[in-house]
Structures are given as C-alpha cells and as structure tokens.
Design a protein around this ligand. Structure first.
Ligand code: NAP
Length: 242
C-alpha cells in the first residue's frame, strides 16, 4: 500500500484499454490518484481514473501542456507510466519508412521521451519520482516483422537507463517492464495460427494478463522498490530468460 507522503498523482498513457486500463486500476487500489492520457476514450468511464485527457503522446506540445495542466489541477506528479504503444508490422525490406517505421518510433519511443521530458523537471524540483516504461520481450530478442517495434522498445530501455543515471541522486527511479505475450487487443489482432503457436511457447502454460503487468508496475512504483533503478523486469511466463 502506498502510504508514504510522497506525491501520489500518477499519469498512465494508453489508459483506455488493455494493459493501461489494468495498470490504472491496480495503481488506484494502491493509493495513487491516476490520470489517464490516451488518444481516444471508450464511452464508459473507467472508475479508477481521476481524469481522462485526450493526448497524442507523439505530440510534444500536447504532452507538455497536459502535464502542466495536471500539476496545476491535481497536484504533484509522482509517477509516470509510459504504456501507450502501437504495432505496424512488416518485414524490414517491405516496411514503409513513414506509415510503419516512423509511426511506431514516434509513439513507442519518442512518445515515452515526451512524457519523461515534461514530467522530469517537476520531479527533479521535488527530488522524488517514479518512471515505469512498458517495453517488450521483443526488445531483447528482436521479432520477425517488427524491426520498427523492437527497435523502439529497445531504444526505450537505453533511454530509461540513461534517465536512471541522470536522476538517481534526486530520488527518481526509472525502470522498464518487458512483457511477454499478453492477452489484449494488440495480440488478438495477430493471425490465429501464429497466436496459438506463440501461446504454446510459454513455459508457465498460459498467456499473460494485463493484471500480470500491472502488478509489476505497482511494485516498481512502491517505496519497496526505491533501491531499484535502470532495470528491466521481464514478465513473460518464462518465455525468455535474458
Ligand atoms: P492495446 O490494447 O493496443 O492498447 C494500446 C493503448 O495505447 C490504447 O489505449 C491506445 O489508444 C493507446 N495509444 C496508442 N497510440 C497512442 C498515442 N499516440 N497517444 C496516446 N495513446 C495511444 O495495447 P496493449 O496490449 O494494452 O499494450 C500496452 C503496451 O504494452 C504497449 O506499449 C505495448 O507495446 C506493450 N506490450 C504489449 C504486449 C502484449 O502482448 N499485449 C507485449 C509486450 C509489450 P486507442 O484506444 O485510442 O487506440
């Protein structure tokens, strides 16, 4: 339970569905006041969220404005979770440089930088912050058809380690989670035969759930994890042991 007096406002990107919705719910149960940033919002209100803001994480000005607005309206931001992500799969030799390569880099890597960039000055001024970035197992091994996605998620790991070094002395931790195969819209969009084959490769014998990832976010955001920074926590049912 987050019982410390540290800032307890959290921003979660991509909070409208999938892993981001589960992260928001578990953080709220842990005592965080959760603000959701997302591209579009479902019609029904997510009860875990204090606010729902429409933000494209690829747009720095929009992110910076939303962060400053959140600080003014809800108070000091203690945690940012960079969860928003997209896939635009194609083999590298057929990948469109703009609609597939740049689109994925702009959201999955640059989008995460944007939120860190906007939140860090606030965190540094208060000498407290938690950053949790949702990377991927495929950042650690590559994946057929995902040169864009794997590169973005690997870049996120290097960015996180750099931010961890720059801010460790100021009470700010930055870590990544590398999910394996998680049952969400993103994986349900895969070809059914590939989906079955991928699920069969998981040693624990089941697909991951959004709650499996959310539990790891809660831990890395907690006071118990204050000595953990610059790390990559794999949550993948044993599929990859880097
Ligand atoms: P998802 O169900 O497709 O949800 C992605 C969320 O990100 C949606 O709410 C989406 O908003 C939002 N989003 C997309 N582009 C955005 C943008 N430009 N600005 C703001 N929000 C944006 O995906 P998921 O499976 O929950 O994945 C969440 C994260 O985990 C992603 O970063 C993904 O790469 C990572 N991950 C997932 C798996 C897996 O197996 N599912 C494995 C490894 C890593 P809209 O609803 O408006 O589209």
């Amino acid at each position: 339970m987050n019982t410390s007096v540290a800032p307890n406002v959290a921003i979660v990107t991509g909070a409208g569905r999938g892993i981001g919705a589960a992260i928001s719910e578990q953080l709220a149960r842990d005592g965080w006041r959760v603000l959701g940033f997302d591209l579009t919002w479902p019609a029904t209100n997510a009860p875990a969220l204090q606010s729902r803001t429409q933000v494209d994480v690829a747009d720095y000005d929009a992110v910076a404005q939303a962060v400053d607005g959140a600080e003014a309206t809800h108070g000091p931001i203690g945690l940012v979770v960079n969860n928003a992500g997209i896939t635009r799969d194609a083999a590298a030799h057929k990948m469109d440089p703009r609609s597939q390569w740049s689109a994925v880099l702009n959201v999955n890597l640059t989008g995460a930088f944007h939120l860190c960039r906007a939140a860090l000055p606030h965190m540094r001024a208060r000498k407290f912050g938690r950053i949790v970035n949702i990377s991927s197992m495929n950042a650690l091994r590559g994946q057929f058809g995902q040169a864009n996605y794997a590169a973005a998620k690997a870049g996120m790991i290097a960015m996180t380690k750099s931010i961890a070094q720059e801010n460790a002395s100021l009470g700010i931790t930055a870590n990544c989670i590398a999910p394996g195969f998680i049952d969400t819209d993103m994986t349900r969009a895969m070809r059914p035969d590939i989906l079955v084959a991928e699920a069969a490769k998981i040693p624990v014998g089941r697909k991951g759930t959004p709650d499996d990832i959310a539990a790891a976010v809660v831990f890395l955001s907690s006071a118990a994890a204050s000595f953990i920074t610059g790390q990559v926590l794999s949550v993948n049912g044993g599929q990859l042991m880097p």
